[in-house]
Design a protein around this ligand. Structure first.
Ligand SMILES: CC(=O)N[C@H]1[C@@H](OP(=O)(O)OP(=O)(O)OC[C@H]2O[C@@H](n3ccc(=O)[nH]c3=O)[C@H](O)[C@@H]2O)O[C@H](CO)[C@@H](O)[C@@H]1O
Length: 337
């Protein structure tokens, strides 16, 4: 938020150490109706596939508040992977009045689901707006070095906790034996993730473990990397836009566009497969070049404008009147946390 010059009007401060997703969902369900009664918004906007987005959307729909979903229609078509994200996406979309699909493919997923009742608009994704904005701000900084190639790694999917993370760490240890690589790994705050990674890789030469990077630093790290290994959602959109090859440490993906554009390959969590794919991209310049053409399946940075236009259109159909009259409802008082 700080990088964009934004401030939070109110932080509900619902996250607690050791909390289960059910406990978080209960807290949101308890707080949202009174917040909505105080602010009287016309719509609740939720982004992505988190449990907080799901619980807030469900709670809003129970009290008759319209829901708009940014990043609608992403589907891995497997409710168990990623979990609980895929289930959250399906359920948020089913109760949304406005669905902002990043791509034509995500809109097609929604068209195939009988439960979808809202209006679907293809907008691109706001993550790319953020990425390109920050990259413009930080231009000039680079990690590129011909002798030592930087590999950026992120890894935190719930279904990879345990055997998956252990295999990924084993692969990273083998990759780090090469003197021509430097591995940078910002660790997710989930203790089950950073505990396992720190224990496996804590004192490995050429592997640098970090606390999470702030977003501008993360953009610099992605932009300067020779290669990215990741099981993340957002990085699957960001790496192609930056033209950095991505090996996806998962068995499936809700973002097929990045494989069609040739920017990413699905390698799963098998250590041999991860090492082989990484070595190929380190040793074969043609293979690396083939995955390095920037691609923009999630838009070129104007998703937020398209979303705003769609909300204005939707609002006009709900409450006909002049733009000035309608604008009044957008000027909400700050949240008293
Ligand atoms: C379960 C969950 O949370 N899912 C959301 C999460 O995906 P996911 O959990 O996969 O999160 P990512 O790993 O993609 O990270 C989210 C964002 O944080 C940035 N980053 C990551 C590591 C770091 O140290 N510093 C940093 O700034 C990434 O570049 C990205 O922009 O974010 C995606 C991008 O908004 C959303 O589509 C998903 O709804």
């Amino acid at each position: 938020m700080a990088a964009f010059g934004e401030r939070v009007d109110g932080n509900l401060a619902l996250m607690e150490p050791g909390q289960t997703i059910e406990q978080l969902a209960d807290l949101i369900a308890a707080d949202l109706p009174s917040l909505a009664a105080r602010l009287r918004p016309d719509m609740l906007l939720v982004q992505g596939d988190t449990t907080s987005a799901w619980a807030a959307a469900l709670s809003a729909s129970r009290i008759g508040l319209a829901v708009g979903h940014v990043e609608a229609g992403l589907r891995s078509h497997d409710l168990t992977r990623p979990f609980p994200e895929e289930r959250n996406r399906v359920e948020i979309d089913a109760i949304s009045a406005l669905l902002f699909a990043p791509t034509a493919e995500s809109a097609a997923n929604l068209a195939a689901e009988p439960a979808i009742r809202g209006r679907v608009v293809v907008t691109g994704n706001t993550g790319i707006d953020a990425l390109l904005t920050i990259r413009r701000m930080i231009n000039g900084w680079t990690l590129h070095d011909n002798a030592v190639r930087t590999i950026l790694v992120t890894c935190h999917r719930r279904e990879n906790i345990g055997a998956g993370i252990a295999a990924i760490c084993a692969a990273l240890q083998r990759i780090a034996r090469r003197p021509d690589v430097r591995i940078i790994l910002p660790m997710h705050p989930n203790p089950a993730v950073h505990g396992a990674i720190a224990q496996a890789l804590g004192s490995t030469p050429r592997i640098e473990l970090h606390p999470p990077f702030d977003y501008p630093t993360m953009v610099q790290m992605m932009d300067g990397a020779h290669l990215i290994l990741s099981d993340s959602g957002g990085l699957q959109e960001e790496a192609p836009a930056l033209g950095v090859p991505l090996l996806v440490l998962r068995d499936n993906s809700e973002r097929p566009e990045v494989f069609a554009s040739g920017n990413a390959r699905l390698v799963g969590t098998d250590a041999d497969r991860i090492v082989a794919a990484t070595f190929e991209l380190l040793d074969d310049p043609a293979a690396h070049a083939a995955m390095s053409q920037p691609a923009f399946p999630y838009g070129r940075g104007d998703a937020s404008e398209r979303i705003l236009d769609a909300i204005e259109d939707w609002h006009a159909t709900q409450w006909p009147g002049s733009v000035a009259e309608r604008a009044i409802s957008y000027r909400l008082p700050p949240i008293q946390a």
